[in-house]
Design a protein around this ligand. Structure first.
Ligand SMILES: [Zn+2]
Length: 525
């Protein structure tokens, strides 16, 4: 995602610039690969989809009432997905997860949901305790980075300490069963809340963060970040992450949801053969991840749909989807949920929403859909309209550390607290916000001063505010879906960001209008 902030040496630094050069390294004259054998008989003149319900088919979707207790079944032993309501294609669901070591029980995950990224299972400058217990934050799930935990302190240590939940040292009362939270609310006043963890595969960061990395069929080779003066030809200095290693690390960490190692190519790279290879390899690596997964009864392994920006009939996204459909429908794989990957890497917004739309139309309606790396508030509204459930991105927390607060109002809906205008502004970041800074009346002027003097308290307060903003956004979206009023919510949100649109102007970008129209929630006039 675009961010004009100075390059920080921050482990959360995402995406596109770094990724481009490195993927080019791997692309050298990759031969065009034939279709995988299991796809040879697929009819690619039809769109790929499976287990679809209304509004995608004539079959009514079986709704589950709010508050229904989970039932874990053999085909999905660690995840129970309840759909409560649809508004257009937007879904209000609850994901129930099996508890992990260190968790007395798991906390129901209401969706749509945004997952803050805690590199080592913990956000910078923000204790997990605050993240899960502060009523304005009350995050039910945090994303941890396998790569960072594998490098330091090492996942074997995390495992020895009883998994990441226990490693974080939370008292059992915090992560336990003292209170029965209402599964249908995100914000709650109880002081004891368990929370869930999701870990990524580690592959993406090895490609995006490490200067020298190389992808082969075996896995991702990368430079050991603690070893200086290495080069790609010096095999002894390289570390290798295979699908089996990624799963072993993630089994050690013990997150409730873990991700398959996929072959990620920058969405803006122009190398057709490289994309074809990556799409097919993602399927092969998924098979190896499934075979290596030692805790399928408690940890949920999500495969990732790849295929670049190609949504043509028989194209690469279709091939990847057909590969997963074959595994789920024909081979009987237990696939508890799906991720949509390879986006938010600098492609046009028009390409972006069309791929999201395409994947949501294909993927089964009775499983959660996780759109990876997406965290701009406007993108969340649009992609929720298209049918996505889960999101993660470093943007809200990273931009907070540069003094940028997320606020309602004109696009992009940000307030630069370091800006001169804030120096004498006595108001809070956002009226009515429940975060610590806003509820305690800490002024923009004080935050401005703290930021200007590099006081870490400022970063902490703005981080809390931005997470509170994201949690409020997903809660409001969910409530509007439950009331079947998502179109009104989306219209209001878009008009707030693009006020000229309300006066009959044409301020709202075409991609937003087109995506919402495709989603069936077209902007209300
Ligand atoms: Zn606030």
């Amino acid at each position: 995602m675009e961010e004009s902030s100075p390059a920080d040496n921050d482990s959360e630094r995402p995406l596109k610039k770094a990724r481009l050069d490195k993927t080019e390294l791997m692309s050298a004259s990759t031969p065009v690969v034939p279709l995988p054998a299991e796809l040879a008989s697929v009819d690619f003149s039809q769109r790929i989809s499976w287990d679809k319900y209304h509004p995608y088919s004539d079959i009514p979707l079986p709704y589950t009432p709010l508050g229904t207790a989970p039932a874990f079944i053999a085909s999905s032993p660690a995840l129970c997905h309840h759909v409560h309501a649809l508004s257009g294609r937007a879904r209000a669901c609850t994901v129930h997860l099996q508890p992990q070591p260190g968790q007395l029980r798991s906390r129901p995950l209401p969706t749509p949901m945004f997952m803050p990224v805690g590199t080592k299972g913990c956000l910078k400058g923000l204790a997990v305790q605050e993240l899960v217990t502060d009523p304005a934050l009350s995050c039910p799930i945090i994303l941890g980075n396998t790569y960072h935990l594998a490098i330091q302190p090492g996942t074997e240590l995390v495992d020895e300490m009883g998994g990441l939940h226990a490693f974080q040292g939370l008292p059992e009362t915090l992560n336990g069963a003292l209170h029965e939270p209402d599964p249908n609310t995100i914000t709650t006043t109880t002081s004891a809340q368990p929370y869930n963890l999701l870990t990524d595969s580690g592959g993406f960061q090895m490609v995006s963060l490490v200067k020298l990395s190389k992808i082969t069929e075996e896995g991702v080779s990368f430079q050991n970040p603690f070893q200086k003066h290495t080069n790609a030809d010096d095999v002894s200095s390289m570390l290798l992450l295979r699908p089996e290693d990624s799963i072993r690390h993630q089994n050690n960490i013990g997150a409730n949801i873990i991700m398959a190692l996929d072959d990620v190519v920058s969405s803006v790279m122009e190398d057709e053969a490289r994309f074809v290879t990556a799409t097919h390899r993602t399927l092969r690596w998924y098979d190896r991840c499934v075979a290596a997964h030692a805790k399928a009864d408690t940890q949920n392994l999500f495969p990732i749909v790849q295929g670049g920006l190609d949504i043509a009939l028989g194209g690469k996204r279709e091939q990847c989807l057909a590969g997963f459909r074959h595994r789920a429908v024909t081979q009987g794989y237990c696939i508890p949920g799906y991720a949509i990957g390879g986006l938010a890497g600098g492609e046009s917004k028009d390409d972006f929403w069309r791929v999201v739309d395409h994947c949501c139309r294909a993927l089964p309606d009775d499983k959660p859909r996780y759109l990876m790396g997406v965290g701009y508030p406007l993108d969340l509204v649009v992609c929720t309209a298209l049918g996505c459930d889960l999101y993660d991105c470093v943007y809200p927390t990273r931009t907070a550390r540069f003094g940028v607060a997320l606020v309602p109002g004109r696009h992009p809906g940000t307030l630069r607290l370091k800006a001169h205008e804030c120096a004498s502004d006595t108001g809070p970041i956002q009226d009515g916000c429940g975060c610590q800074a806003c509820r305690e009346g800490i002024s923009r002027a004080r935050l401005h001063l703290l930021l200007k003097t590099n006081n870490p308290l400022a970063a902490e307060l703005v981080t809390q505010h931005n997470i509170a903003y994201m949690m409020t956004l997903v809660r409001d979206m969910r409530n509007s879906i439950l009331r079947h009023e998502f179109a009104a919510f989306a219209t209001n949100f878009v008009q707030q960001q693009f006020p000229g649109e309300r006066q009959g102007g044409d301020e709202c970008p075409a991609w937003v209008k087109n995506a919402l129209e495709a989603a069936g929630v077209g902007l209300l006039k």
